[in-house]
Design a protein around this ligand. Structure first.
Ligand code: HPA
Ligand code: ZN
Length: 338
C-alpha cells in the first residue's frame, strides 16, 4: 500500500474541530437562502476567494460572519451531519467537537437550539454510521468572564451532553488568567477543561492553562518550542497538544508546512495529535492534514499510527471505548503491513 492510501485508510480520531468552522461555502449559501440572511458575497466561489488570512484575527472576523446563517435547530443538525459524513470518508472513528454558544446567543439564538441540533446529529452519527463523539463548549475569550459564567449557567441543563469546557477566539490580549473563576466553577460541576494556548500567544499561556485552568489538553500549543523546559515538561507529563497543521500555515503561525514543528514534537515523545480546526476555512479535513504533514516531512507508517494512538490516549472517552479504538487501529496496522 502506498503511503497516501495508508493515510486515507488509517483510522483517525479528531480532538480539535470547531463545528462552526466546518460550514462550507455551499451550505452557507443554502442556509442564507433558507433563513433569508443577506450575505456580502454573490457565490460560494467568491467566499472561498476571500479566505486569504494574515493572522488569527483576520480569520475570526470572517468566521463569525459566516455563522450568522445558522438560525434554527435543523441548521445546526445539518451542519453537524455534513461534518460527520466527511468524517466517514476520512475514516475518523471518533470526534470531539467544539461549539461556541456565545457566537449564537449574542445574536438571539437560544443555547438549547444550538446544542439540541448538534447533539441530535451526533446521536445519529453514532447510530447510523458508527462514529462516536463528545461535545466541548468553548468560551469566547474576547468576551468577559461574566458572559462566560452566564454561558456556563445555560449549559447546566445540558450537562449530560457536554464533556468539557474550552477557551477559543483571540488569544493575544486575552490570557487564561482572565477565566480562572469560571473554569474553577466548571470543574466543580464536573466538566473537564481544555484551552487554546500557544497558537499565537506566548508560552506563558500554556503554563497558565495547565496551572490555573487545570486543563486536560492544550489546543494548538505549538509555541511550546520557544521554551525547552516546557517541551520537556509536556513530554514527561504526556500533556496532549491538539495540533492543527493546515490551520497553522493558513494563519501564518508557520510560514510553510516544512517549518511546522509537529513531527519534531512527536519524536520528542510529546502526545501530539493532528486535527483540522476549521476545515471549511483552512483547506482540509483530517486526511488532508495528515497528507500535508506527510508530504512535507518524511514519516514512517509507525509514526503516522502514533498520531492516532496519541489521540486515543488524549480522548475523553471511556476506557472501554479506548480499548475498542485501539483494536480497530491494531487490526488496520496488521492488515496494512501483511
Ligand atoms: N483559534 C482560536 N479560536 C478559534 C480557532 C482557532 O484556531 N478556530 C475557531 N476559533
Ligand atoms: Zn481551534
Amino acid at each position: 500500500m502506498d503511503q497516501r492510501a495508508f493515510i486515507r485508510q488509517l483510522p483517525k480520531v479528531e480532538l480539535h474541530m470547531h463545528i462552526e468552522g466546518s460550514l462550507e461555502p455551499e451550505m452557507m449559501f443554502q442556509l442564507a437562502k433558507r433563513n433569508q440572511i443577506p450575505l456580502s458575497f454573490n457565490t460560494p466561489q467568491e467566499v472561498k476567494a476571500a479566505y486569504q488570512f494574515t493572522d488569527l484575527q483576520s480569520f475570526l472576523d470572517i468566521y463569525y460572519q459566516g455563522a450568522n446563517v445558522l438560525v434554527h435547530e435543523q441548521d445546526f443538525y445539518d451542519l453537524t451531519w455534513a461534518y460527520l459524513c466527511r468524517c466517514q470518508q476520512d475514516n475518523v472513528v471518533h470526534t470531539e467537537i467544539f461549539f461556541d454558544p456565545q457566537t449564537h446567543t449574542e445574536r438571539g439564538i437560544s443555547f438549547d437550539t444550538v446544542i439540541n441540533g448538534i447533539s441530535r446529529a451526533l446521536e445519529d452519527g453514532k447510530e447510523k454510521i458508527g462514529i462516536s463523539s463528545r461535545i466541548i463548549m468553548c468560551f469566547l475569550r474576547h468576551l468577559d468572564q461574566k458572559s462566560a459564567f452566564l454561558t456556563l449557567e445555560q449549559a447546566m441543563a445540558h450537562k449530560d451532553k457536554i464533556a468539557a469546557v474550552g477557551l477559543d477566539s483571540s488569544e493575544v490580549g486575552h490570557p487564561p488568567e482572565k477565566f480562572v473563576q469560571v473554569f474553577a466553577k466548571a470543574r466543580e460541576e464536573g466538566f473537564l477543561t481544555v484551552a487554546h494556548a500557544g497558537e499565537e500567544g506566548p508560552v506563558d499561556n500554556i503554563y497558565n492553562s495547565i496551572e490555573l485552568l487545570q486543563v486536560s489538553r492544550i489546543d494548538h500549543g505549538v509555541r511550546c518550542s520557544d521554551d525547552s523546559h516546557l517541551v520537556e515538561l509536556l513530554a514527561q507529563s504526556r500533556m496532549p497538544l491538539t495540533v492543527c497543521p493546515l490551520s497553522n500555515v493558513k494563519l501564518k503561525v508557520f510560514d510553510k508546512m516544512e517549518s511546522h514543528n509537529v513531527v519534531d514534537l512527536l519524536r520528542q515523545n510529546l502526545c501530539v495529535t493532528l486535527n483540522s480546526d476549521d476545515p471549511a476555512y483552512f483547506g482540509g479535513y483530517m486526511t488532508d492534514n495528515f497528507l500535508a504533514v506527510a508530504q512535507s516531512h518524511s514519516l514512517t507508517e509507525k509514526e503516522l499510527v502514533q498520531f492516532t494512538k496519541n489521540a486515543i490516549e488524549a480522548s475523553f472517552t471511556s476506557d472501554n471505548e479506548k480499548y475498542h479504538m485501539r483494536c480497530i487501529l491494531d487490526e488496520f496496522f496488521s492488515r496494512s503491513i501483511g
